[in-house]
Design a protein around this ligand. Structure first.
Ligand code: FAD
Length: 473
């Protein structure tokens, strides 16, 4: 008996319930379908995610000993593949994006009509989004009580990788390179292979390295982009190369060995909790990617100046902490969490560009682009989301830089043209005396941009715009 395992954001062999269920039934036909066919609200991966996906699929193909690759509409391709190969069932692990839920429900119904068994499982989350509800049965909109409820529930232990017998038909699909996932002309991902190791083995290696070198001090230093104290597991988690259960179980062992890690481990668990919360929100409020959760924010008078958006995208706003973040993003496919908050706040509040345009840029340029986390992050910064930062708290990019990059190492790395500026002036070069600028080889408007907006005037305009939101509330 052959069972198709439809892999999507679960590109691993261990702790993969859909794969384990298929193995129990007999031969397995693992398939990945590059779905560029399902219409919106389904969102195909952005460009940087595709780079990651290519390498993750290559790693999985090697680990499984084969992977059937297809491109097109899963609604058509899965029943066709089942008919062609004699497969009697299809298993998959659930995705929680509204477009994916609609597609998967349609696929399930079509398969059933054709007498093909379809079964789905949870591999991506500690809890299903519908399992955690308030006392009155509503979804949570505030993180702390949500996470408190989650912590009371027992965790299913992660499962080891099963012994797999591949069906012969596994080897008949498209070649990976023909999916066209890698950039060419220009290849903007040059050097990424040296920084990242997509795939299950790379994820496990990253977790081990983080537990050995980064976890101690995570709770107090995770906000510092100049220090190596965050896990860099987000893309591995998004593509399901590692499960949250595996991370928590492995971290619990580390705490057993070194009890002083407990506080840091609790902090990391709660960050994974934010990931769970974002998926909970997206499931219960499926319009989150397009619409403000708090309706009164629809009244905000966005300016949406394309020139300012471009300056932000290129890391040329004249505010070093913002520019460093956007350049880190372009060069590596990620941006440190604290800097994501500063850069997003700057776009929304200082430049008054709609958060949806920033979200779209992140979607295309992040290797960890994740609809739930990205949209929740942007709406949190905008103040329009659940448990969000208050709109009137406008981050000052200069003092944020001084606080979270106190020695300037992060800005010097990503804005090397400012490297010789003394730390006192690094986060606001436009306020530095001409002699200091000259001595550091900085010519504003030539080697580094003038600020695209004046901080205080922009802050005032942002708060003015907020009056419209207050009036609509
Ligand atoms: P760590 O600090 O090591 O955290 C461990 C894991 O917890 C992360 O890998 C991630 O899965 C989860 N996590 C941590 N912080 C958050 C958070 N605030 N919200 C949800 N999950 C979190 N994260 C994404 O994975 N994809 C996105 O597209 C994304 N877009 C964002 C956009 C904005 C505007 C903001 C403010 C945040 C966004 N985040 C996103 C959340 C966060 O910035 C990243 O998860 C984090 O920077 C990844 O680095 P790390 O793995 O080293 O994190």
């Amino acid at each position: 008996m052959i069972t198709i395992v439809w892999l999507r954001q679960d590109l691993r062999t261990a702790d993969n319930p859909a794969l384990s269920a298929a193995v129990k039934l007999g031969e397995v036909l693992p398939v990945y379908i590059l779905d560029d066919a399902t219409p919106p609200p389904y969102r195909p991966p952005g460009a940087a995610s595709r780079w990651w996906l290519h390498h993750s699929l290559a790693a999985l193909e090697q680990r499984l000993g084969g992977l059937h690759l297809l491109r097109g509409d899963p609604r058509r391709l899965l029943p066709e593949l089942a008919r062609r190969t004699g497969a009697t069932g299809v298993t998959w692990n659930r995705c929680y994006e509204p477009g994916a839920i609609a597609r998967d429900s349609a696929v399930k119904a079509d398969l059933k009509l054709q007498g093909i068994e379809a079964q789905s499982f949870n591999a991506a989350l500690l809890n299903e989004p519908w399992e955690i509800v308030t006392g009155s049965g509503d979804p949570y909109k505030v993180f702390t009580p949500y996470w408190r409820t989650c912590l009371k529930r027992p965790m299913t232990p992660p499962q080891p990788a099963p012994k797999i017998k591949l069906a012969k038909a596994t080897h008949g699909g498209a070649a990976l390179r023909d999916l066209g996932l890698l950039p060419s002309r220009p290849n903007w991902a040059k050097g990424w292979e040296a920084q990242w190791r997509p795939g299950e083995a790379g994820a496990a290696q990253r977790l081990d390295a983080f537990l050995a070198e980064g976890l101690a001090g995570y709770a107090t230093r995770r906000d510092r982009p100049d220090l190596p104290h965050s896990s860099r597991l987000s893309a591995h988690l998004h593509w399901g190369e590692i499960s949250p259960r595996q991370i928590l179980a492995r971290m619990a062992r580390a705490v057993d060995e070194t009890p002083s890690l407990q506080t840091d481990a609790d902090k990391l668990s709660s960050e994974i909790g934010w990931r769970e919360f974002a998926h909970h929100l997206l499931y219960h409020f499926p319009h989150l990617p397009e619409h403000n959760l708090r309706k009164e924010f629809d009244a905000y008078p966005w300016q949406n100046d394309p020139r300012l958006l471009k300056a932000w995208q290129r890391g040329a706003t004249g505010y070093p902490m913002v520019d460093a973040g956007l350049r880190e993003l372009w060069a590596t496919g990620v941006m440190h969490n604290r800097v994501r908050m500063i850069a997003a706040s700057f776009l929304i509040k200082h430049l008054r560009v709609d958060w949806r345009l920033g979200e779209a840029w992140f979607w295309d340029t992040l290797v960890d682009a994740d609809l739930a986390n990205n949209v929740a992050g942007w709406q949190w910064v905008a103040g329009s989301g659940a448990d969000a930062a208050p709109y009137f708290r406008v981050f000052n990019p200069m003092s944020q830089g001084q606080k979270f990059d106190p020695d300037g190492a992060y800005v010097r790395r990503w804005c090397p043209e400012l490297a010789k500026l003394p730390t006192d002036h690094l986060h606001a070069p436009f306020l530095a005396p001409p002699l200091v600028l000259r001595a550091a080889g900085v010519t504003l408007g030539v080697t580094y941009p003038h600020p695209v907006v004046d901080h205080l005037a922009a802050r005032e305009a942002a708060l003015q715009g907020y009056q419209a939101v207050k009036a609509a509330g």
